[in-house]
Design a protein around this ligand. Structure first.
Ligand code: C2E
Ligand code: MG
Ligand code: MG
Ligand code: MG
Length: 285
């Protein structure tokens, strides 16, 4: 890190540093090429309505099919893409591809479900983000009610005043908005009330502590109560076990997403999942 190394400028000439800058530039170059050569792919993870056991949403998760390294997960390239600005182009590709694919499934007569797209900080703060979303919806013919955008709590709360304005612009289009990884940042409750969001997504770190940490269970029930008091829906991510599911059902969570139901899967498997009739036994209490 140049910032840390700056304290001692002699370190600047050490080979490790050159190597890490080299690796970074190399990754950036390969990401640029990946974009040009269409090497990004989307997997989709179902989101299940607890009341009906049906798939109501699909979260689009980007992967990079690197000819050399194989399938690369977003944690390995999103940070660099974010820093280099490439995330804007990658994110726009994800948005367009997710909308196009969802409309294609609807055109094929499959039961409709929303598609959720993660938006990075950099994309969210673009002055023309509303215009980008509008034109993608128009080009793909997807109705706005079938698009949901996920923004993390930290992205929204870092500059809440500006975020409120951006969220209003996006909300006006008629798409859904979800606050992702909720509970990990510092939400201002007064802002939460003013933001035109539809759903809070409880972060996986709390869900994985169900049955382990009483404090985390308390946080989950508090989030659900808060959300419902503000007329928001709640989805829990990272649900892996039936005891986690049982806890969430008992406390009124609306939707779940996680390995218990399905891992993120290739687009080719989605038609079968969408058309199977509530394979997930409705989690009736
Ligand atoms: P996220 O939006 O919070 O996505 C949820 C992550 O949790 C996904 O990891 C998903 O595969 C994983 N997951 C889902 N269910 C379970 C479970 O039951 N157990 C466990 N252990 N993990 C589960 P993934 O696909 O590696 O994505 C990681 C993060 O990368 C995402 O977190 C999101 O922040 C980011 N990301 C993914 N796709 C995009 C994208 O298109 N654009 C942007 N800006 N970020 C993206
Ligand atoms: Mg997400
Ligand atoms: Mg999340
Ligand atoms: Mg998360």
């Amino acid at each position: 890190r140049a910032k840390d190394l700056g304290r001692n400028r002699f370190q600047f000439y050490q080979p490790e540093m050159n190597e890490s800058v080299g690796t970074r530039l190399n990754l950036e170059r390969r990401l640029r090429r990946a974009l040009r050569d269409n090497e990004f792919v989307l997997q989709y993870q179902p989101q299940i309505d607890i009341a009906t056991g049906r798939i109501v949403g699909l979260e689009a998760l980007v992967r990079w099919q690197d000819p050399e390294a194989g399938l690369v997960m977003p944690s390995e390239f999103i940070p660099i893409a974010e820093e280099s600005g490439l995330i804007e182009a990658i994110g726009e590709w994800v948005l367009r591809e997710a909308c196009r694919q969802n409309q294609a499934w609807q055109d094929a007569g499959l039961p409709p479900a929303r598609v959720s797209v993660n938006l990075s900080a950099r994309q969210f703060h673009r002055a023309d983000i509303r215009q980008i979303v509008l034109s993608v919806l128009e080009q793909t013919r997807l109705a706005p009610e079938y698009l949901e955008i996920e923004l993390t709590e930290s992205v929204i709360m870092t500059n809440a005043e500006e975020a409120a304005e951006m969220l209003n612009q996006l909300h006006d289009i008629g798409i859904h908005l979800t606050i992702d990884d909720f509970g990990t940042g510092y939400s201002s409750l007064s802002y939460l009330k003013r933001f035109p969001v539809d759903r809070l997504k409880i972060d996986r770190s709390f869900v994985s502590d169900i049955g382990v940490s009483h404090d985390d269970e308390t946080i989950i029930t508090a989030i659900i109560t808060l959300a419902h008091a503000l007329n928001l829906q709640v989805i829990a991510e990272g649900v892996e076990t039936t005891s986690q599911l049982d806890f969430l059902v008992a406390h009124g969570c609306n939707e779940i997403q996680g390995y218990l139901y399905s891992q993120p899967v290739d687009h080719g498997l989605i038609p079968e999942l969408l058309s199977s009739d509530g394979i997930f036994e409705a989690a009736t209490v």
